[in-house]
Write a protein that binds this ligand. Structure first.
Ligand code: ZN
Length: 283
């Protein structure tokens, strides 16, 4: 699933290739991919708009259009946005085509069809149409502190890993960067969120920021279907400390990286670097 660095990489690509373009045609191939309004209205409403800017909130892409309208995109599990030539063959998972000028188009591909596109008309609040925006916590790369995290976690008994995946605690972090950040901060993923001290959360916050920044610099991670808008893979996963490294030696101490299930998600960590008092893990 694309997380903040992957979505940010897509955003940067769209800034280069989409801003200034005018929408010359829209074709919805899979009605389910449109969150708002109806697919027919989506096609009609987008037509003729120019793209002014592209921003990001958590894992949501917000494409700012002229006349005060917006196009929102959430890639969810397997969504991809590609800017390509209109004569490129359509793959089996193309759900929406947004035709631009000069034989180019923005394609939304989505194998699993969990991703969504929303057209937000002028005068309508983004949060009203894209309701997931209402519940987002702070942006981790934007004035985010250990104290923010401390205040949000002090009543939570769930494991810290599970809390980090909750988009209302902090926006944009998913399985990869939760595991990587907890490793960097030497915090065991099973620790109850409320047991972490302010010092530990200061460290975790700093590590989250450096991990996300490094991943953005590397063009994100390639996992399942994620690529940037030209179909190029990211490189972060080659640098990963623990994510998807079950059974491999820890890059710091050589201990075998362990994997457990936590809230239904695969969780990798080093039992030596991220100890949990009184708990032994079978490997
Ligand atoms: Zn280790």
């Amino acid at each position: 699933m694309p997380e903040l660095p992957e979505v940010e990489t897509v955003r940067r690509g769209l800034i280069t290739s989409l801003v200034g373009q005018k929408i010359a045609g829209v074709e919805v191939l899979r009605p389910q991919s449109i969150g708002f309004p109806t697919p027919a209205d989506f096609e009609q409403s987008l037509l003729g708009h120019s793209v002014l800017d592209v921003s990001r909130r958590g894992k949501y892409l917000l494409i700012h259009l002229d006349q005060g309208a917006h196009l929102g995109v959430h890639l969810r599990m397997s969504g991809r946005l590609l800017v390509t030539w209109t004569d490129q063959p359509l793959g089996p998972h193309v759900r929406v085509r947004i035709l631009l000028e000069q034989e180019q188009e923005l394609r939304f591909e989505d194998m699993r069809v969990f991703g969504r596109l929303w057209y937000v008309p002028r005068g309508e609040a983004l949060e009203k149409v894209i309701t997931g925006l209402q519940h987002l916590g702070p942006e981790p790369l934007d004035n985010f502190s250990g104290k923010d995290l401390f205040d949000r976690l002090k009543k939570r008994t769930q494991p810290i890993k599970t809390a980090l995946l909750d988009q209302s605690v902090v926006a944009g972090i998913g399985n990869i960067y939760a595991d990587e950040s907890l490793f960097g901060a030497k915090i065991n993923p099973l620790r109850p969120a409320q047991s972490l001290t302010l010092d530990e959360l200061d460290t975790l916050t700093t590590v989250i920021q450096s991990t996300l920044s490094q991943a953005i610099a590397l063009g994100g991670s390639t996992l399942r279907d994620y690529t940037d808008i030209r179909g190029v893979n990211g490189n972060y996963q080659e640098e990963a400390w623990v994510y998807a490294r079950k059974g491999a030696p820890c890059r710091v101490c050589g201990t075998t990286v362990a994997r457990i299930r936590l809230a239904g998600r695969s969780t990798c960590f080093c039992p030596y670097c991220q100890p949990l008092k009184g708990v032994e893990y079978s490997q």
